[in-house]
Unconditional design. Structure first.
Ligand code: HEC
Length: 163
């Protein structure tokens, strides 16, 4: 520990050289605060890229957006305990993390035209963490309703499409 601390002044002195050397990995020194918040508060369970693998933690990558075609699904994603009870206490910051999840990790699963979460929505919904005995059943039912709403609106967007 003492070794690390004593190195710090040298590191800090190097942090802003007059002519910054290009990053060996492009962008590696530019840490996006929203991603960092996701990584530190959510990534431990959900995976650094939203891929939680074969665990009981749901996959966010290319999946999470499937809930967002109904108002109840949109609300569910905020009320789920990992989100509503998160130690990210600032509503705007939590909205930013959720929008990162929806737009960056959700991929194709996020419906076109999805409106970003606002701090006001987060503020209201997080006060009601979803806590029901039949949680997994409720989640499955909500997902099914949202998926059919997604399908319906995609079919409407392409009139004449056979499906
Ligand atoms: C301790 C592990 C853990 C952490 C940390 C965690 N989650 Fe989760 N998350 C889960 C589990 C498990 C579920 C499934 C629902 C449940 O059992 O609560 C879940 C469900 C979700 C869902 C709903 C997805 C679905 O398919 O049902 C979202 C969205 C979500 N988490 C986002 C987040 C965000 C954002 C954070 C950070 C602020 C976070 N989670 C932190 C474990 C975690």
């Amino acid at each position: 520990m003492a070794g690390v601390v004593s190195l710090l002044p040298g590191v800090l002195a190097l942090a802003e050289p007059a002519h910054a050397a290009p990053d060996a990995v492009p962008g590696a020194t530019h840490l996006d605060p929203v991603r960092v918040t996701y990584l530190s508060h959510c990534g431990g369970c959900h995976g650094i890229e939203g891929r939680s693998g074969n665990t009981f933690v749901p996959m966010l990558r290319d999946h999470v957006g499937a809930f967002a075609c109904t108002p109840e699904g949109r609300e569910y994603l905020i009320r789920v305990p990992g989100v509503s009870m998160s130690l990210i206490r600032d509503d705007q910051e939590l909205a930013n993390v959720m929008n990162f999840i929806m737009f960056e990790l959700g991929g194709e699963s996020t419906p076109p035209g999805f409106k970003p979460y606002t701090a006001a929505e987060v503020h209201v919904w997080r006060q009601h963490p979803l806590s029901v005995p039949d949680f997994m059943q409720r989640r499955a039912d909500m997902l099914a309703r949202s998926l059919s709403a997604c399908q319906a609106s995609r079919a409407q967007a392409k009139p004449g499409g056979a499906g």
